[in-house]
Structure formats: C-alpha cells, structure tokens
Design a protein around this ligand. Structure first.
Ligand code: ZN
Ligand code: ZN
Length: 361
C-alpha cells in the first residue's frame, strides 16, 4: 500500500496558498488531488462553516504520469472557480500560444457539480480544447447538460452555441464496460472496451494509440504508447436519483484512488461496486448524513451516511477514507461529529475540506 497523506492546514489562508502553489509547480507525485470543493448540494458561506468550506465539488488531479501540459478535473461545482483562478499561469501559457489541454470528467449534472465551469477562463479561450466526458442517459450527455443547462440563456448570458466550438465531448453510455487511458507523453485520453483491455493488459509489450487533445482536428494526431505505462480510469454507477458515475484511477505503479460522490450507501453494496472500490489506497466518499438523519428524513435522496461508510471502508480494505459532500446545513463542529462517528469504526478517516491536498507517493 502506498503512503497517502491529506494536507488540511487549520489556517485557511495558508491552506489556500499551499493548494495554489501545488498546482503551479510541476508534479512529482504518483497522484496529487486538490479538493477545491467538498460541500454537498449547494455552495454555502457562514462563519461556522469556514474550516471545511462551502465550495461544491471540484477535484483537480495531478500526477507525474500525466502530460505536464494537461489539466484534469473531476466535476466543476463551485470549487471550479478558485481552481480556474489558480490555473492563471497555465491559462497565460495558452494565451501565449503554448498547446495545453484541459479534461473535465463529470460524475453527473446536478447543479452542485457543474455550476462553476462558466466562472473559469476555459470555456472562453478558443486556443484551448476543453475535453469533457460524463454519463449519457437518454438524450442527456455532457454536451446537452451544458448546452441546455449551465450555458443556456437565461440561466447564463453567454450561450453554448457562441463558445462551444472548441469543446470536445465523450459520452459514457455504459460506465462498467469502458476504460479511459492517459499517458505522460501525450496530452490526451483514449477509451477502450473493458473486454479489449482485459485481453491486452497482461502483455507487457501491448501498445495503444492515444489521440492528442487539440482545438483543431488537424492536430489531434495519435501517439503509440505502452499500455502498462498508462493511468487507467475505471468507472461504475452509483445509486443516485440521476445517472451518476464513480471514477477509479489506477496508476502505472499500481496505486488506486476512488472518487465516489453522490452515492446512497446502503447496508449492503453490490458486488460490482465492491470490486470497484476494493483495495483503494484512498477513497473519497459521500457522507452527507448521520445514520439517524438518513433513516428518518433522507432515505432515497442519493447520499451516504456515517454508519454505512464504516461498513464499506472495513469491507473494502481502504487505505484512507475521506468524507465528502458535507450537508449544506452542517457546521464545522457538525462535520467533526460525523467524522468522529466514522473514525470510531474505521480509524483511517478524515473529513475533506476545501483547498486541501491529497498526496500519494
Ligand atoms: Zn452533489
Ligand atoms: Zn447529485
């Protein structure tokens, strides 16, 4: 098991500085995740919620195994705005003509996971390609969620039709049957079926072609790389009112990291989901409620609770469990109380907070 630590300085100013410096320095870690937003359901700001913060979900993923010219985020809730601000030097490079690429993977399209995107520079800079993937069910995939939701008049003054030509989309129709692949030599991502992946992965010489992400189709050339050197993105479905994906990153050196927000944990978990989570060095998990709140008021709302997070963490051999998607009503001492409840049953537990940094060596 790798060493994973979570930096969450009690001094909010220092904590934000650490996060900003971290994303502006070349990454030498196996995986680094900045937790720009950890609040659930809606952004909040109140004096008794300042420690864990009020930004809704946005995680920035960094790794020595990613191309240095690539930014990779999961979800773009309220935390996407400070994430975009911290990307100032990266955006400056783009404006000076350096080819950079941005990937955003959406877990789903509830407001608290998409609302921040229009408040960053990325949608408005034509010289970058914004590559967005996420679940597609029925007629709604990532493109429709933006074009008919957060980038549509009168909900936002600049419609998707005016700015969307430098976006690229990937619809995930069946989360469990595909795998995404990234490599340090290419600012891009490739998708293959799990069947094809399983056939190739035991061959140490197996290669795949990854297309470069670029705003001009002419430059989306493919590069052949070794499959075993790739970061793999596995997916599964969570139990939530609308189609939602949990992502697992598996590093070339074997470490596993699972992002599982907006999931209604129950007493027992499906074998498929258990397999997805099992052995994760770090699990970020939705823990919005306490068990009594869940049972009396919030059954069917699509979120997790303390008691079942304990059961899941113990069952799944997790290295570090980070509680996420804090209820908007929950004060800092309330989040501490939920965290203590979980830590009593599974000691390697912390509450995630805004501007924290997870470092996996
Ligand atoms: Zn949510
Ligand atoms: Zn949701």
């Amino acid at each position: 098991m790798s060493s994973t630590k979570y930096l969450l300085d009690p001094d909010l100013v220092k904590r934000q500085q650490t996060a900003v410096e971290y994303v502006q320095t070349p990454c030498e870690d196996t995986l680094g995740v900045v937790t720009w937003g950890t609040r659930g359901s809606k952004d909040v700001c109140a004096p008794n919620k300042m420690h864990y913060g009020g930004n809704t979900t946005c995680w920035e993923l960094r790794s020595k195994y990613f191309h240095p010219g690539l930014k990779f985020y999961i979800d773009a809730g309220g935390g996407m705005q400070p994430a975009g601000e911290a990307a100032g030097p990266f955006i400056g490079d783009i404006l000076r003509g350096v080819d950079h690429a941005v990937i955003i993977g959406f877990t789903h399209y509830h407001w608290d996971h998409i609302v921040g995107l229009p408040f960053t520079g990325y949608p408005f800079i034509e010289r970058t390609c914004l590559y967005i993937f996420g679940p597609k069910a029925g007629h709604i995939g990532p493109k429709e969620a933006l074009a008919q939701g957060s980038l549509k008049k009168p909900f936002f003054p600049v419609p998707f039709q005016e700015i969307g030509h430098h976006f690229q989309f990937k619809n995930i129709k069946q989360a469990t049957t595909a795998v995404g692949l990234l490599h340090k030599d290419v600012p891009g991502i490739e998708w293959m079926s799990r069947i094809a992946y399983n056939q190739k992965i035991n061959n140490p010489d197996a290669t795949i072609d990854i297309p470069r992400i670029h705003f001009s189709a002419e430059y989306r050339k493919r590069k052949t790389v070794l499959l075993r050197e790739c970061v793999k993105v596995f997916m599964n479905n969570t139990f939530h009112p609308d189609p939602t994906i949990t992502y697992k990153l598996e590093m070339p050196s074997g470490e596993r990291f699972v992002f599982m927000t907006d999931h209604e944990l129950q007493e027992s978990v499906s074998q498929g989901l258990l397999q997805h989570i099992k052995g994760a060095d770090c699990l970020i998990v939705d823990c919005q409620y306490k068990i009594d709140e869940y049972k009396t008021m919030y059954t069917g709302w699509g979120h997790g609770c303390d008691e079942y997070v304990v059961t899941l963490s113990k069952q799944s051999d997790i290295g570090l469990t980070l509680l996420h998607h804090h209820d908007p009503k929950r004060t800092d001492s309330g989040v501490d109380s939920v965290t203590n409840n979980v830590a009593k049953g599974f000691s390697n537990t912390m509450a995630a907070g805004d501007y924290g940094v997870i470092i996996m060596k």
